[in-house]
Design a protein around this ligand. Structure first.
Ligand code: NAP
Length: 334
């Protein structure tokens, strides 16, 4: 049986979600692919679990849930960058939060992993929104793979689908609803005639909006995803700074009411061609009129025509699905 070792950097929602799914699917992966996926390190901000024979996933999750990672027998007060460099592994999963002004700490983690001869899979958008070309060229020079399916659209397999099944197509445009939180708020305002503040309060209480939801509501999260789609699928060379961004904070119940009377709704749309993120009128029967936290991405291509993908754009297990698709792609390529 082939063994592939992973280092998990960032043990929050997504890191834990990935380990949860790995635990559930491990036997199936062994049986169906003759493959054993082992986790040789899990790094948090202040230290790492390290066991090159494979960390026990259940106890790692248990200790983390109890907030007692440093009591685990595999705990080491080791810096993340040292673990990335020194611990024996094939793939580094970079799952930390990213600062859109600097791309850090993910950018440095990704570079260190590639320089240390390890493939990288990430869910972290910020390093890609600022340094896409640099990361790709470093991966290319090192003959390593760099997977980032989880950065756009959660479980929607847009990047790998295009690369594997649609490459013959010239893509004329990509646009869509790329942020679940803002879509939830607009859906509530449209369907229940709520004002912006009440819809946001409900989203926060349900855990759909983060404590500081400004990235989502000001359109920044959508803009970052747009950059990744533009660079990876349409081969553009843009960064976050090239996108004109307007969020949903100024939308009123009256504007939505007027749209409704004319068989339209309002959605926050990211559009690669115009390099804009803005609220737009969308006909109610349009494929991009998706509800609640759903995302929808429309590609317009020269051979296949129009294609719309709809699915969950976030969530710990949904995002784990995208991370696994990149991990399995690397395993198959070796
Ligand atoms: N949540 C989603 O549904 C979703 C979907 C797609 C993509 N993403 C992206 O995936 C990434 C992770 O999201 P998340 O929801 O899991 O965030 P999260 O819950 O905030 O977890 C991030 C974890 O990374 C740790 N961390 C921060 N700096 C670190 C460092 N230098 N070394 C090691 N660990 C470090 C944090 O530790 P501390 O808590 O100690 O700071 C935290 O445990 C983000 O970039 C996010 O944008 C999230």
């Amino acid at each position: 049986m082939k063994t592939v070792k992973l280092i998990v950097v960032g043990f929050g929602n997504i890191g834990k979600g990935f380990l949860d799914v790995l635990q559930i699917k491990q036997k199936e992966i062994q049986k169906n692919y003759d493959l054993s996926l082992k986790v040789s390190a899990v790094c948090e901000y202040n230290g790492c679990l390290v066991n090159e024979k494979g960390i026990d996933l259940s106890s790692a999750l248990d200790y983390s849930r109890k907030g007692k990672m440093e009591k685990h027998s595999d705990w080491k007060r080791m810096k993340t960058l040292d673990a990335i460099k020194e611990v024996d592994a094939d793939i580094v999963l970079e799952l930390t939060p990213g600062d859109i002004k600097t791309g850090e700490p993910g950018f440095t983690h990704i570079k260190k992993a590639l320089e240390s001869g390890k493939h990288v899979v990430t869910s972290n958008k910020a390093p890609l929104a600022l340094h896409f070309q640099e990361i790709n060229s470093l991966a290319g020079k090192k003959g390593l793979k760099f997977g980032y399916e989880a950065t756009v659209g959660g479980a929607i397999p847009i990047i790998n689908l295009y690369r594997d099944q649609l490459e013959i197509n010239k893509v004329n445009s990509i646009y869509g609803v790329l942020n679940g939180t803002s879509n939830y708020i607009l859906t509530k305002m449209y369907c229940e005639n709520l004002d912006y503040g009440t819809a946001l309060k409900e989203a926060t209480e349900l855990g759909i909006a983060e404590k500081d939801p400004s990235y989502d509501l000001k359109g920044i999260d959508t803009a970052v995803k747009l950059v990744i789609l533009a660079n990876s699928i349409m081969k553009k060379k843009i960064t976050y700074k090239d996108i004109k961004v307007e969020g949903i904070e100024e939308i009123t119940p009256e504007a939505l009411e007027l749209a409704k009377k004319n068989n339209y709704t309002i959605k926050l749309i990211g559009d690669v061609n115009s390099q804009t993120v803005s609220p737009r009128l969308i006909p109610v029967n349009h494929p991009l009129n998706v509800s609640n936290t759903l995302n929808a991405i429309m590609l317009d291509m020269d051979v296949a025509g129009k294609l719309t993908l709809v699915g969950h754009g976030a969530g710990r297990t949904e995002t784990a699905s995208a991370i696994f698709s990149d991990v399995m792609d690397i395993v198959r390529s070796e």
